[in-house]
Design a protein around this ligand. Structure first.
Ligand SMILES: [Zn+2]
Length: 130
């Protein structure tokens, strides 16, 4: 079988951020916010779960993206005027209030990115329908 020509990574990232199927680009990946993924594409039937625990990679991407935002924001916050008005516990609570919703906001995109990167590296096909 002839291998399909791989899309440029930029196109893969674009498709992943739109949360559409990596094969047909029409079916939705996300069934429910923040991380309920359809078992297969509603349009073409491409499986979105290749194996047990498939989206652990998506969780790792969520963690990495969250840190990629939180760490620079933290470093910039060190330049702000004195934070002494807020107690240590208060500052910790503010960081949690920032990081937890951020990770939930990034979760669908991370899961979709994981699916698209896997499909980009090793494409598979939807089952043929009778
Ligand atoms: Zn599809």
């Amino acid at each position: 079988m002839q291998k399909a020509r791989a899309l440029p990574l930029r196109s893969v990232l674009h498709d992943a951020l739109h949360l559409h199927c990596p094969y047909c680009k029409r079916g939705r990946v996300l069934a429910r916010w923040p991380n309920r993924i359809y078992p297969e594409c509603p349009q073409c039937g491409l499986s979105f779960f290749r194996e047990q625990g498939y989206y652990i990679g998506g969780m790792i991407i969520t963690y990495g993206l969250t840190l990629a935002v939180v760490i620079p924001v933290f470093l910039v916050s060190l330049l702000l005027p004195d934070w002494r008005i807020v107690s240590d516990n208060g500052r910790f609570a503010l960081w949690v209030l920032f990081a937890v919703p951020l990770s939930f906001a990034l979760m669908p995109y991370s899961y979709s990115l994981w699916l698209h990167l896997d499909f980009w590296l090793e494409p598979w096909r939807p089952p043929t329908r009778p």
